[in-house]
Design a protein around this ligand. Structure first.
Ligand SMILES: *Cc1c(COP(=O)(O)O)cnc(C)c1O
Length: 236
């Protein structure tokens, strides 16, 4: 990776952090916003450049790709980087996810939660869990229906090796600004309800990507998942 590319990543991160700070001040929710750098399909050098610029939370979608990167980085860095699994979870991949990741943002089924709980190694801290909600009832997206959140939240709370932290969503593509506002607001209400039920441990509402970050934060997101705006376009 050229110096130019890593400078670009450093600059992008600085710019996004500044935007997030301004947006959080503009937002009526008074939250501070955590930035998740989505590094899927980007090389180790790109991740290293982001770590050098102070980035600590990374999101990956594909288990094997992520495990390879995590293993390679282990020998190279001393920073306590946190890995978030954000892709659809296949039940035959839960063992690696339970072993390598700190967070799973895409839990949508009891079977997956049960396996993650059973397979989380005893020497590791609890695995942080977000429930993925399919808030637009989009056929192309995974996630729970809003009315299924309570039941799965209750199940995750009963798992000793899992820690329920909140909710995640990916909005449907190609909707209007008004539709997005409606969906983000609906997510915020579900998040508030979960907080009322389970208290302070519910502290994460993960919504907003490169294209809709601004609106997500203004509607209350306190974690945004940003790939393209940090690392550039992915190879398809
Ligand atoms: C790829 C991905 C992102 C990042 O998307 P960008 O548009 O590149 O910012 C965020 N969240 C999830 C779940 C993703 O799969």
């Amino acid at each position: 990776m050229t110096t130019k590319v890593s400078e670009k990543i450093t600059n992008n991160l600085a710019e996004i952090r500044q935007q997030l700070q301004i947006l959080a001040e503009e937002s009526s929710h008074g939250q501070s916003v955590q930035l998740l750098a989505v590094s899927k399909k980007h090389p180790l050098e790109a991740i290293n450049a982001a770590i050098a610029a102070g980035q600590m939370h990374f999101g990956e979608n594909y288990v094997q790709e992520a495990v390879d990167k995590i293993n390679q980085l282990k020998g190279q860095i001393t920073e306590p980087v946190q890995w978030h699994f954000i892709g659809p979870v296949q039940s035959n991949k839960t063992k690696d996810i339970a072993q390598y990741f700190d967070w799973v943002q895409s839990v949508e089924r009891e079977k997956v939660a049960r396996r993650l709980n059973e397979q989380r190694p005893g020497n590791l801290d609890q695995l942080n869990v977000l429930l993925q909600v399919n808030i637009d009832d989009d056929d192309n997206k995974s996630g729970l229906a809003p009315e299924q959140v309570d039941a799965l939240a209750g199940y995750v709370m009963s798992c000793p090796k899992l820690k329920l932290r909140g909710l995640m969503t990916i909005l449907k593509a190609g909707t209007t600004k008004e539709q997005r506002a409606h969906s983000f607001q609906h997510m915020f209400r579900l998040y508030e309800r979960l907080q009322q039920t389970y208290g302070e441990q519910i502290d994460t509402l993960s919504m907003g990507m490169s294209a809709d970050m601004r609106q997500a934060v203004l509607e209350g997101a306190n974690m945004v998942r940003i790939g393209t705006a940090i690392f550039g376009e992915r190879e398809s």
